[in-house]
Design a protein around this ligand. Structure first.
Ligand SMILES: *[C@@H]1O[C@H](CO)[C@@H](O)[C@H](O)[C@H]1NC(C)=O
Ligand SMILES: *[C@@H]1O[C@H](CO)[C@@H](O)[C@H](O)[C@H]1NC(C)=O
Length: 379
């Protein structure tokens, strides 16, 4: 918990970010320069090694064999539909992906704007190792993401990672730190995309930043899986600006193109019961009365049953029941509280675990959106 608090304070000190939604200039610059939207160069690995640089699936032609990437260690170039033992390897986008064996890595230099925040979204699938992990890093930020839990029935999880650019060119490194008996065992990687983040600020109308979750990681336009935001314990600059993902498990970032979203175009689905929570620390005035209001609903993704969202404002809490038919819908709820300190931790979690009724294998849960914190004039 102490760690989390330290991070909260760090997050608050980042209030003074150079750019925000109200500062059109850098947005303009970013668009003109073509930075920060969509796949990185050969991010879907459709450009592959020359036939002479491959031995079966293993890339043997050296570090520059895959266009735009620098590889190291046991890297395989995988074609969709290829078999490994009894397992059919399926690729989420296009026809190719890479697999990182023990201690293998791929990296690429990307041009960014110094001082800006970015998120990387990439697709990852577990293959044969018991505990597969990926260390994604953009110096000095890095995150070790466990891939033993699958959140999507396809076997591929789109995962988000956030970083702050410390220079004009940064090195993005994806590394499998694994040491399996079979050196070829390791995760598959595909569709590496980048998005610029514009961290929003609190306003008069809302003391929380990014309360509607409109600012967040890149969502693949063709994928209906949402994006997994891993626990922030492993991620210093959140890909979901303003918010931390606490506890052990991830939350899912969903878009209105593929899911039912209470407000705007984005929301968060709490997919792992009490093991996944989102939190933000707001500046408050001790003794003042505040109202925390928010929407609780379902994503219209066959996630059915009795759900409860627990909201916390410091030590105050409210449990909001929601009966989901898995077809979309939401309700508003509010928690009135008196602040006891200059900072109040706002947090949301789901009481129960829920599985989708259409595949019985992927975790799902209630949706939280449109979170507002306002102070009441007269307590
Ligand atoms: C992850 O990778 C970064 C960059 O190579 C490194 O500094 C960091 O120590 C690694 N973390 C772990 C836990 O291996
Ligand atoms: C989305 O799918 C269409 C049709 O399969 C394809 O032409 C297009 O390139 C895909 N776009 C992306 C960003 O993957």
């Amino acid at each position: 918990m102490a760690l989390c608090v330290a991070r909260d304070i760090d997050a608050l000190s980042r209030d003074t970010v150079p750019y925000g939604k109200n500062y059109p200039m850098p947005v303009f610059a970013a668009e003109i320069l073509g930075f920060g939207l969509g796949l990185v160069a050969n991010g879907n690995f459709e450009l592959g090694p020359k036939a002479s640089d491959l031995k079966g699936t293993v890339v043997v032609g050296g570090s520059k064999s895959i266009p735009e990437w620098e590889i190291s260690g046991f890297v395989e170039y995988i074609k969709s539909g290829q078999k490994q033992g009894d397992m059919l390897l399926v690729v989420p986008e296009g026809a190719y992906a890479v697999r990182l064996g023990n201690e293998a890595s791929i990296k690429q230099n990307i041009k960014v704007l110094k001082g800006m925040y970015y998120s990387i979204t990439f697709m990852v699938a577990r293959t044969c190792a018991q505990e597969e992990r990926i260390n994604i890093s953009v110096t000095p930020d890095w995150g070790v993401i466990p891939i033993q839990t699958l959140y999507t029935s396809s076997g591929w999880d789109p995962i988000a990672f956030g970083f702050k650019a410390e220079s004009e060119t940064v090195e993005m490194l994806i590394h499998n730190p694994g040491k399996e008996e079979d050196p070829a065992c390791g995760p598959l990687i595909d569709s590496v995309a980048l998005r610029t983040l514009y961290p929003p600020r609190p306003t008069n109308q809302n003391l929380l930043k990014n309360g509607g979750f409109e600012e967040g990681p890149y969502v693949f336009p063709n994928s209906s899986w949402g994006v997994i935001i891993p626990p922030n314990i492993e991620d210093d600059h959140s890909p979901l600006p303003g918010w931390m993902v606490e506890s052990l498990k991830a939350v899912k970032y969903i878009d209105s193109e593929h899911f039912s979203v209470p407000q705007g175009t984005r929301a968060v689905e709490l997919i792992a019961g009490k093991e996944s929570a989102i939190a933000q620390v707001a500046r408050t005035i001790p003794g003042k009365t505040y109202v925390l209001s928010f929407s609780v609903g379902d994503a219209s993704n066959s996630c059915e049953g009795s759900m409860i969202v627990e909201a916390f404002a410091g030590k105050d809490t409210i449990k909001v029941p929601y009966e989901s038919k898995g077809k979309g819908g939401f309700k508003r709820a509010a928690l009135k509280f008196v602040a006891v300190g200059p900072r109040t931790r706002i947090m949301f979690l789901s009481t129960f675990y829920t599985m989708r009724s259409d595949d019985f294998s992927s975790l799902c849960g209630p949706v939280v959106d449109d979170v507002k914190l306002i102070s009441l004039r007269k307590p």
